[in-house]
Design a protein around this ligand. Structure first.
Ligand SMILES: Cc1cc2ncn([C@H]3O[C@H](COP(=O)(O)O)[C@@H](O)[C@H]3O)c2cc1C
Ligand SMILES: O=C(O)c1cccnc1
Length: 352
């Protein structure tokens, strides 16, 4: 392992088993039948274990959006032109994108990191420029990125988590923007799961049937080329990943190392999360999953991660939007846990 990647292997501690048990015991005393708040109970108990706090809170949240272009867009695998990536970076910064609106409503700390788009986006104070290259190489022909570029992208994720810690964030949400990145995420998922593209590839921004068949064929040919060289998750990331996908992977590992809970967004973020868990299995304990979206392979990725999404809204946007939409529910779960009366306090009879 070369020096810039050594941090990837720093230890990940487990969330506190003692706090998990205390939070579970506290939940059992609240004025409701045990388990009646379903998944929300499990989530707040896990948050208590992660935050090492009996009454966890999610007031300070960082949302980091990583944007980058993909050489594989040249294969006509998206319904939209590549220029949209840089255009959307400006839209994020100006407050017009879905995630910008959600971040404002949620009072979250919001940042956009441009890791390399084809067109330089207009300078904007809210965009951090950490340009690695003008997008990845076309992985239908070559490896998407070099080892040095991979290290830079992973490092951008690590740096975003350091900023989140400096802000004393209680939760990290990563998002992505990159035309053709469902192609990259699907190829990565196929390599990590040893699956065929038919099982995992979806319509992304809205391909029709012919477009979907073409995307599957492009990914299938690329996998034939890259599979023999993808023995490790890092090789798979370098061969078919994107800068933003690698940054998300780095951010998830760094968050777990820092004991910072993560709320994972959609299909692309879940592919990055699977890569992170393959690199460091302890990362899984620090991930919460916001939703299962409409992209074909998302359910399969969640299954591989032993995860269940909180929402099922047929979302297919990315940008961190599904995680942002789930945050109010998590915040309410925390309030319920903190503020409901116990049977004893309320004078309500318990079970016979
Ligand atoms: C206007 C617009 C805004 C978006 N915001 C997120 N995505 C999403 O769509 C892209 C992935 O789909 P595909 O692989 O089919 O290109 C990513 O940029 C993802 O974040 C968008 C896509 C578009 C067109
Ligand atoms: O779930 C996602 O992350 C997703 C799905 C379609 C398009 N962009 C992102």
């Amino acid at each position: 392992m070369n020096a810039p990647l050594r941090w990837l292997h720093h230890a990940v501690a487990a969330p506190s088993a003692a706090l998990r048990e205390q939070a579970r015991a506290h939940q059992a005393q609240l004025t409701k039948p045990a388990g009646a708040l379903g998944l929300l109970e499990d989530l707040v108990i896990e948050l208590a274990a992660m935050q090492h706090c009996l009454r966890p809170t999610l007031e300070r949240v960082q949302i980091s959006i990583f944007a980058a272009d993909h050489g594989v867009a040249a294969e006509n695998v998206s319904a939209f032109p590549q220029a949209v990536t840089a255009q959307m970076v400006d839209n994020f910064a100006r407050g017009g994108a879905a995630i910008s609106v959600l971040a404002t409503e949620l009072d979250a700390h919001f940042e956009v990191i441009d890791l390399g788009t084809m067109l330089p986006s207009a300078p904007h104070a809210r965009v951090r420029r950490e340009r690695i290259a003008a997008g990845t190489a076309n992985f239908a022909q070559d490896a998407a990125m070099s080892a040095a570029q991979l290290a830079s992208a992973l490092g951008s994720g690590h740096a975003a988590v350091q900023r989140a810690r400096a802000q004393q964030a209680q939760l990290f949400i990563g998002g992505e923007m990159g035309i053709a990145n469902t192609t990259s995420a699907s190829a990565l998922a196929c390599l990590l799961l040893d699956a065929e593209p038919q099982a995992l590839v979806g319509r992304g921004t809205g391909l029709d049937d012919a477009g979907l068949a073409h995307k599957i064929s492009v990914i299938g040919h690329a996998l034939d080329r890259h599979r023999p060289h993808c023995g490790t998750p890092l090789e798979a990331l370098a061969r078919v990943g994107g800068f933003e996908i690698a940054a998300l992977c780095g951010a998830y590992i760094a968050a777990a190392q820092a004991g910072l809970p993560v709320l994972v967004d959609g299909f692309i973020c879940s592919a990055a999360a699977l890569a992170a868990c393959r690199l460091q299995p302890g990362v899984r304990d620090w991930l919460l999953f916001s939703h299962c979206g409409a992209e074909a392979g998302h359910a399969r990725l969640l299954e591989a991660l032993r995860a269940r999404g909180l929402l099922d809204l047929q979302l297919r946007l990315g940008e961190g939007s599904g995680a942002a939409l789930a945050l109010p529910l998590l915040r309410l779960a925390c309030r319920l846990h903190a503020n409901m009366a116990s049977f004893a306090q309320a004078g309500v009879s318990g079970r016979d």
